[in-house]
Design a protein around this ligand. Structure first.
Ligand code: GLN
Length: 269
C-alpha cells in the first residue's frame, strides 16, 4: 500500500532522489506503477536524512499528500544527504491519521518504514508496548518490535527478520515489507509487496519500485531479506513461516565487504 525508498551513497539533493526522477516517490504518491495493494498514497509522507557529522537523522513528516506540500520541492532542492529514507503512505483502514503515523519512524541513529499490514495488531500487541507507540498504527508497533531487538544488540537484518517472525506468529496473513537504515547501511524485506534495488558506483537505492525505466534495477523476490551498503547488495531468503530456526546464519561475506551482489541460503533470526 505504501511506497518507500532508501538511498546510501555520495551526498545528493533530496530533490534529485525523491522528486526529479520520472517515476519518483513524489509521483508514486498518485501514480505508483507496481503497487500490489492500493492505488494512491495520499495519507501522509515522510523523509528522514542524515547531516554530515551527526549520527541522528532529521525527520520531516506531514499528514497530507506529498504533492500538496508546496514548499517541499524547494526545500528538497537545497538539502543534501548521503543517506535518506522516505515513504508515502496509504493508510490501512482503522489506523491513526496524521504526521505522527507517517514513516519514517525513528530513534537514535535508526529510521524505519513499513509497507504492508499487520491484521488484528491491536488484539495481539503487547499492552505494555502500545502506550509507547508514536501513533496507533500497525507500522509503529512493528517499529517498536524492531527497536527492541536493535537495542538488545541485534544487527539490522536480524532485527527485521525477527520482527517478521514475531508478527507472523500472530498475524500470518500480514504483509511485512520493512525498510531500515542506521545512516550507513540499509536492511529491507520483500514480504507481500514489491521491492527493488539499484547499484551505481559507490551508491545503492532500495525502493518499492523503480523510479525510472533505466537499466540497473533488480527485483527482490518475495520473502527475501536484503542488506545493502554503497556498492554492495546481499539478498537472502527469509525463513519460512513454519520453518524451525536453525542455529545461525550461513557463512557468507559480511555486508559491505565486497562490491558485487550475492544471493545466499536460508537466513534465520
Ligand atoms: N499499515 C501501514 C499504515 O497504515 C502501512 C500501509 C501501507 O503499506 N500502505 O500506514
Amino acid at each position: 500500500m505504501c511506497r518507500h525508498l532508501a538511498y546510501a551513497g555520495p551526498p545528493a539533493s533530496l530533490r534529485s532522489l525523491l522528486v526529479d526522477p520520472p517515476h519518483s516517490l513524489y509521483r508514486q504518491a498518485w501514480a505508483p506503477r507496481r503497487q500490489r495493494h492500493g492505488t494512491v498514497n495520499a495519507d501522509g509522507f515522510g523523509i528522514g536524512w542524515y547531516a554530515a557529522g551527526d549520527p541522528v537523522p532529521a525527520r520531516y513528516r506531514q499528514g497530507g499528500p506529498m504533492w500538496a506540500d508546496l514548499s517541499l520541492p524547494d526545500l528538497a532542492r537545497v538539502t543534501r544527504s548521503g543517506t535518506v529514507l522516505a515513504a508515502v503512505r496509504s493508510a490501512t483502514p482503522g489506523t491513526a491519521a496524521g504526521a505522527e503515523a507517517a514513516a519514517p519512524f525513528g530513534c537514535g541513529p535508526w529510521l524505519f518504514s513499513h509497507n504492508g499490514v499487520a491484521p488484528g495488531w491491536r488484539e495481539w500487541a503487547d499492552p505494555a508496548l502500545v502506550p509507547s507507540l508514536e501513533a496507533l498504527v500497525d507500522s509503529a508497533l512493528l517499529w517498536a518490535l524492531a527497536l527492541r531487538r536493535l537495542r538488545a544488540g541485534a544487527a539490522m537484518d536480524a532485527a527485521l527478520a525477527g520482527t517478521i517472525a514475531d508478527a507472523e506468529a500472530a498475524s500470518p496473513a500480514g504483509r511485512y515489507n520493512l525498510l531500515l537504515t542506521d545512516g550507513r547501511s540499509i536492511a529491507a524485506t520483500a514480504c507481500g509487496d514489491t521491492l527493488w534495488y539499484r547499484r551505481s558506483p559507490g551508491a545503492v537505492t532500495v525502493a518499492s519500485e523503480p523510479d525510472d525505466d533505466g537499466p540497473g534495477w533488480t527485483e527482490v523476490p518475495d520473502r527475501h531479506l536484503l542488506t545493502a551498503a554503497p556498492g554492495h547488495v546481499r539478498v537472502r531468503p527469509l525463513a519460512g513461516r513454519s520453518r524451525a530456526p536453525s542455529p545461525g546464519p550461513p557463512p557468507g561475506r559480511a555486508p559491505g565487504a565486497g562490491s558485487d551482489v550475492s544471493t545466499e541460503g536460508i537466513f534465520t533470526s
